[in-house]
Design a protein around this ligand. Structure first.
Ligand code: SAM
Length: 220
């Protein structure tokens, strides 16, 4: 077992990897997105306003939010042109263009106004960010008063996690996801230290069967 799965890694995000993610998201991962959105809603309590999906890939989280929360408009954000093309095609095919727009850029320097999003979500992207402190400073900057984040990774429940691991073994025996690894005992301490350096006190780290998630809140 490899430890420290919350440390950042550096894969290449190109057209091929975006297509691969699209395939997995539409098959093996398909059931996880509505469950994660329902968990996010339960823990944050935010169901209206503006939502941002960071590292959206094929936009499955963004689409699950749009479907579950009719009073929410969604921005699907990614720094991969391949991912953005696929996200736009998926949003169009689902006829969700009026609810979801796409935006291109890097989480470390985002093209959004201060305090402009009520709910900031992200699944399976944070583990690839180069500099978590810079990224979270940006996230805090654009989080609206009364807003919250649900950022991290996981599969929504223990049953879904086990199912995904079983199914992925058939699709890609070399798949080496953090889901198969031990939790990182240092992760909480690293986030505590990071938020201390950012001088931000309102946050919670969730590390359970739903996955590993960081909820940052901005008081109303
Ligand atoms: N969230 C999607 C899902 O769960 O189906 C996609 C997850 S995929 C493993 C990771 C995504 O994060 C990729 O689409 C990648 O381009 C994006 N990403 C990674 N680093 C990023 C960054 N610094 N800024 C914006 N997007 C990033």
């Amino acid at each position: 077992m490899t430890k420290n799965w919350t440390r950042t890694r550096k894969p290449t995000f190109n057209k091929d990897s975006a297509l691969h993610m699209d395939n997995i998201a539409k098959t093996v991962f398909k059931p996880i997105y509505p469950v994660i959105v329902s968990n996010a809603l339960e823990i944050t309590g935010i169901c209206r306003g503006k939502c941002l999906d960071l590292g959206t890939g094929p936009a499955m989280m963004a689409m699950a939010v749009a479907r579950a929360l009719p009073e929410m408009s969604v921005t699907a954000f990614d720094f991969s042109e391949g991912a953005q093309e696929i996200a736009e095609a998926n949003i169009c095919e689902a006829k969700l263009e009026k609810r979801i727009s796409t935006a291109f850029g890097d989480v470390h320097d985002m093209p959004f106004e201060d305090q402009s999003f009520d709910l900031i979500i992200s699944r399976g992207s944070m583990f690839f960010w180069d500099d978590l402190k810079t990224a979270f400073a940006e996230i805090i900057r654009i989080l609206a008063p009364g807003g919250a984040t649900y950022i991290g990774g996981g599969f929504g429940s223990l049953a879904l996690r086990e199912q995904v691991i079983k199914d992925m073994a058939k699709v890609d025996p070399n798949w080496n996801c953090y889901a198969k690894k031990e939790g990182d005992t240092e992760a909480h301490r690293r986030f505590d230290l990071m938020f201390e350096q950012l001088d931000w006190e309102t946050y919670q780290v969730i590390d359970d069967d739903t996955g590993f998630w960081v909820m940052v809140t901005r008081p109303a």
